[in-house]
Every structure is written in C-alpha cells, then in structure tokens.
Write a protein that binds this ligand. Structure first.
Ligand code: GAL
Length: 364
C-alpha cells in the first residue's frame, strides 16, 4: 500500500498559491492535483442509495474545484472493471469505488497504483489483492446486530414464557464483504435464542452460503421467500424474517402477502431491513416492514470527500479504525460511521426533521 505525501496543505491554500501566479510548482507536487478529475464508480442504480451517495460526493468535490466522472456498473463486475480502466486511462487522479465484487478489480487497481492514482473503498471493502489506500464505511457488524435486535425486541424473546417462534434468515450478495459482516452481527445476537430453542429456523437454512442473495436483488429475495413458504409453512406460520437490506425486505413482504400474510388471522411477520430507502420507510409507516437501519449517506459521502481531498492535497485523511479491516495486501485504514435503528416511532425525528426526506415524499 502506498504512503501518502505528507505536508499540511489545504486545497484552499493550493488554489490561492496558484491564483498568485506561481509557476514554480513541480509537476509531482501536491498542488498538481488542483482541478483533478475524480472517478466515482458505483455498483448499481437498482438501489437508490448509490445514486444519493454519488450525487452528494459529486456536489462536494465540485464545490472544492475538482472535476468528477461517475459510472454505474449495474451489478456487472466485468463492466465495473472496464469503467475503472477507462478512468485510469483518462488520467483520473483519485478513484472512489463501491465494488460489485470486492475482489474482481485487482488488475485495474494494480494499474492505478503504478500510475500513482489513489483509491478509496467506499462503503464496501476492496478485498483480495486490491491496492487500496483508505476506506469510508459504516460499522456493518453493528448493522447486523441491530437488525437482529429488532427481531428480539418485537418478538419479545427475553420474556419469561414458553413461547417459541419460527424465523427465516437472509444474507446479502456473496461478492460483497459487508454481507458477511451483517451475517456475523445477526448471528452474534440470534445464536443464544437458536441454541435455547426460543427461535427455530424451520427451513434449516442457517449457513451463510445457503442464504445469500444475488446482488441484493428484490426479486431474488422474493423467489427464495416464496420457496421457503411453499416448502416449510403449509401448516405453520413464520413469525420473523431477518432481511439485511430494504430492497430485499420489500420482495420478502411481496412473497408473504402472496401467501396470504397481512391479515388479522395471519399477520405479517417482523421483517428487518437496511438503508432507510424511501419505499421501505413508507412500508414502515404503513405498518408492514417492522424497521430498518439508517446509514446516513450524506455523512458517508462527506467522509469520503474529506479523505479524497486530503489525499490529493497531501494532508492526512481522517481515520478512526486502523486494525479491523484488511485484505491480502494488508490493513486498510478506515473511517467508520455508526448506524441508527429506525422504526415507526422515530422516523420523523431521524429522517424528516434531519432533512434526509421531505415529509411529502413519504406520503405519496
Ligand atoms: C451493501 C451496503 C448496504 C446496502 C447493500 C445493497 O454493501 O452496505 O447499505 O446498500 O449493499 O445495496
């Protein structure tokens, strides 16, 4: 992993110096990155959060005087590799990447390294032998714990009674390192209740590789839920479904409704989620999805922009976690943000009063 040029130079100072007409600046100095282009590579538009994340970064980077170019890989690792190669060939100075497959970009990242192009892993770790300088992300194990805690609280699993509950469990995309973190967090909370028999996974599908969901897709989650219901719930009901992401939660709820859930006799099970996407917040308000985990993408974008600007101006990027994240090339210094649990009782304060969503957007 590459070392960043040291020196306390802000972008503002760099701009001021050039405005004074200094032509003594060597081409490889930290000032050389003024007006540089930053490549922003996002995994997909199927999840609206990646659009919001990259819009926020573009606005902030451009306000600092940088140029940006953004591409979406639409969940195809090979397209993302090509798009990133294009950014390298066009001379971008910094790449901010949320990978479809964290291990599929090693060749391009080696080429970036050879050209002195710096790399930030955005939200998702770049794994394998990926050359990466910094990461901006959330505490995703904590996300997983909070998702499972929603089930514990809503089913009242700590009550001193003999009731037992049926649950099913979903994981995210097998190519995204975060999916394993969510699962580990889920497991840390659910394990004691599974061991004691308080909850039971009726399908028996409890290993990570039995429950992953291709590209976190809504329809893939819906299909699996339909299958689980057909195979296991002809004579009993499911009481909770651990879903790691809002888009999947909505697919799961669709499958449940098709199977007759959502009535007084057969209420919808407790369904978790993540990202506080608009449609899921509406579902929470309507009393369908039970809750979600909010990761404020405005804050994450701000962190990545601060890291990127520091890298391009030779100052030290913000980091608060040096040890936890690593790939096969070594540790990845990271800035970790903390998620917040959202339910019908607190969405107004956390999502509307904070300006994340307009109240009207949640009504339509
Ligand atoms: C994960 C991310 C989640 C969710 C999911 C599907 O990597 O951490 O917040 O967005 O992808 O897009």
């Amino acid at each position: 992993m590459r070392k960043i040029l040291a020196g306390m130079v802000s972008a503002g100072l760099a701009l001021a110096l050039t405005a004074c007409g200094s032509d003594e600046i060597p081409a490889d100095s930290v000032y050389a990155n003024q007006g540089a282009t930053i490549g922003i590579s996002m995994p997909t538009t199927t999840s609206p959060r990646w659009v919001a994340d990259s819009d926020a970064m573009i606005e902030q980077f451009e306000a600092m005087g940088y140029n940006t170019e953004r591409e979406y890989a639409e969940n195809k690792p090979e397209d993302q590799a090509k798009q990133i190669q294009g950014m390298i060939d066009r001379g971008d100075k910094l790449l901010v990447i949320a990978a479809v497959d964290g291990s599929a970009l090693t060749e391009q990242l080696k080429a970036a390294e050879a050209k002195g192009i710096q790399v930030i892993a955005y939200d998702r770790l770049l794994t394998g032998e990926s050359e990466v300088d910094y990461q901006a992300t959330f505490d995703n194990v904590r996300v997983g714990q909070m998702q499972a805690q929603l089930l514990v609280d809503r089913l009242d699993l700590d009550a001193d009674d003999d009731k037992t509950y049926n649950i099913e469990w979903f994981a995210g995309s097998s190519t995204d390192n975060n999916a394993q973190d969510f699962y580990d967090g889920n497991k840390a909370i659910l394990q004691p209740y599974l061991r004691s028999g308080k909850i039971k996974i009726v399908s028996g599908e409890r290993r990570f590789n039995q429950m992953t969901t291709k590209d976190y897709l809504r329809e893939v989650a819906q299909e699996r839920m339909t299958r689980l219901l057909d195979e296991n719930y002809q004579n009993q009901q499911v009481d909770a479904v651990l879903s790691p992401y809002d888009g999947m939660s909505l697919g799961i709820i669709d499958a449940l409704k098709e199977a007759g859930y959502g009535t007084d006799d057969k209420p919808l099970p407790v369904v978790s989620g993540q990202d506080a996407e608009l449609d899921s917040v509406k579902s929470i308000i309507a009393g369908e999805q039970a809750g979600t985990i909010f990761k404020d993408t405005r804050e994450l974008a701000k962190v990545a922009v601060e890291q990127g600007n520091a890298m391009l101006t030779g100052t030290k990027p913000i980091v608060n976690e040096e040890e936890f994240f690593e790939n096969e090339l070594g540790k990845v210094p990271t800035y970790l943000l903390y998620p917040v649990a959202i339910e019908a009782s607190n969405y107004k304060t956390l999502l509307v009063d904070s300006g994340y969503y307009e109240a009207e957007a949640l009504m339509s």
